[in-house]
Ligand binder design. Structure first.
Ligand code: HEM
Length: 190
């Protein structure tokens, strides 16, 4: 029977969702800037990888030049940090949003192919094949990001318009307006 008294578990849950909400609200005004940081890092990361892969294919030791190596570590770390913040702001996460799950799987594949292309590949042919696969994977990740669909560039146009971008629609709808006092689960925050 409902007594009207919130249980200790419900109160802990409400406190936790309020905590999450405040982090999301705090980050929300920076959404556009963080998205730009993410996209700029994507472009730089892809460009540096392409240059390093081409140098490695030409058997040039410049592929492992410290500036390129450390530059790419710094850019990739920033890219991933920005990605984590973006997922928090739009409240969509890998494992619960198929396009983000796909993105994460493809990023793992991209890192794997990239490592073989730049370092681990024993022969020229293996390195060249891994380099090509890494570039295709990278292009597919961009497609998944833009279409917000695990099918990436293969998403039919009709399907893309039937499932509007979470950024443009769901994000705005699901993010409570400041002062709305709604928890992340849609329940009134206490
Ligand atoms: C090589 C790796 C990655 C590439 C090439 C990439 C590419 C992109 C691009 C091009 C966008 C802009 C899409 C648009 O606004 O239309 C974007 C946005 C985004 N990315 Fe990534 N990304 C990568 C890694 C990740 C990872 C690992 C995550 C998290 C699991 C992630 C999460 C996001 C989120 C949440 C957005 C914002 C989407 C929105 O605002 O609707 N990205 N990404």
């Amino acid at each position: 029977m409902y007594t009207g008294a919130p249980t200790a578990r419900a109160m802990t849950c409400a406190r936790k969702s309020r905590g999450h909400d405040s982090v999301e609200r705090m980050l929300e005004p920076f959404y556009s800037e963080i998205r730009i940081v993410h996209i700029v890092c994507v472009a730089l990361s892809g460009a540096i990888f392409t240059v390093r892969g081409a140098l490695r294919s030409a058997d040039s030791s410049a592929a492992q030049h410290a500036a390129l190596r450390y530059g790419s570590y710094a850019i990739d770390t920033t890219l991933l940090l920005a990605a984590v913040v973006l997922t928090t702001i739009i409240r969509q996460y890998p494992l619960s949003s198929p396009w983000l799950t796909m993105k994460l799987v493809l990023v793992a594949a991209y890192i794997g192919f990239g490592t073989i292309a730049l370092k681990r590949g024993r022969t020229h042919v293996i390195r060249a094949a891994a380099f090509a696969l890494a570039l295709v994977t990278f292009a597919f990740i961009v497609g998944v990001a833009i279409r917000h669909d695990p099918r990436g560039w293969l998403t039919p146009d009709g399907a893309a318009s039937a499932a509007p971008s979470p950024r443009r629609v769901q994000h705005r709808r699901s993010v409570p307006t400041p002062g709305a006092n709604i928890s992340a689960h849609g329940a009134p925050a206490m």
